[in-house]
Design a protein around this ligand. Structure first.
Ligand SMILES: Nc1ncnc2c1ncn2[C@@H]1O[C@H](COP(=O)(O)OP(=O)(O)OP(=O)(O)O)[C@@H](O)[C@H]1O
Ligand SMILES: O=C(O)c1ccc[n+]([C@@H]2O[C@H](COP(=O)([O-])O)[C@@H](O)[C@H]2O)c1
Length: 224
């Protein structure tokens, strides 16, 4: 049991963010509301796995996340994965957070994932250990159903065993539950934005203006 069982979980939101967009921002905002989080810590992946290398550097993606989240006191940004050499394994990041004196082993942490990332969880390094370190909160995402029948068998079993319907239950333990939440469906992806930028089309209203200005000033995606 946590020292303070009523403490709200802190959301942990990792991503490649190449670039960050309103799908990410609404996910973090709606998770905070629906899962009753204390806030969300954004952690851009330094060297993301199981995907193509990002188009821009880790530091540039970190800056975009800082620009996008500035001004929201419920959000903060962690440069830990960007500052670390080597692949960005989430389990190691969670272990680092648990070792940091501010969290210890009692504070509820909740790893935020979109439904597509959740379905791929069995491919992650030491994926079963993730639930020893944090709860998992899964956002609905258009095109990616969250139901046991569509998940890989090992994950479907885990999902059935760990499912938690009540946000209040997430405060009763430091880790181990899987919750889902139905965020506003937004069919926005960073892939789509990169495709728009590559053909010189406007990405406006898919991501914050501050991020677009940075992309332009730094010539991050050269055709735009
Ligand atoms: N529109 C969205 N709705 C719900 N979840 C999302 C959405 N966009 C991204 N996510 C989630 O945010 C996290 C970080 O995603 P990521 O940075 O890879 O963005 P992406 O748009 O999926 O990028 P890409 O198209 O490059 O794969 C993942 O858990 C992903 O599932
Ligand atoms: O730990 C792993 O093995 C692992 C494998 C794939 C993805 N992740 C993390 O999942 C988050 C979302 O990844 P992505 O590729 O959808 O941007 C991001 O924080 C990645 O570091 C982590």
């Amino acid at each position: 049991m946590p020292e303070n069982p009523r403490e709200r979980p802190l959301g942990i939101f990792g991503g490649t963010f190449d670039p960050v967009h309103f799908g990410h921002l609404r996910l973090a905002e709606e998770a905070t509301d629906q899962l009753q989080l204390a806030g969300v810590r954004w952690i851009p992946a330094g060297r993301p796995l199981l995907r193509e290398a990002p188009e821009v550097t880790a530091r540039q993606r970190l800056t975009m996340v800082r620009l996008a989240t500035a001004g929201n006191p419920s959000f903060d940004v962690d440069a830990g994965e960007v500052d670390t050499d080597g692949p960005s394994y989430t389990v190691l990041t969670l272990e680092r957070l648990r070792q940091a004196s501010q969290f210890g082993h009692q504070r509820p942490l909740l790893l935020l994932l979109g439904a597509d990332a959740f379905a791929a969880l069995p491919n992650w390094y030491r994926w079963r250990s993730l639930l020893e370190l944090a709860h998992i909160g899964v956002a609905h995402r258009p095109g990616f159903p969250i139901d046991a029948a569509s998940l890989p068998a090992a994950l479907a079993t885990c999902y059935r065993e760990r499912f938690c319907a009540q946000p209040a239950d997430l405060r009763e333990a430091a880790a181990g539950c899987i919750a889902t939440f139905a965020m506003t469906p937004l069919g926005i992806s960073a892939t789509q934005i990169r495709q728009l930028l590559a053909r010189g089309s406007s990405p406006r209203y898919l991501l914050p203006d501050e991020v677009i200005a940075y992309i332009r000033n730094q010539n991050l995606y050269p055709e735009y």
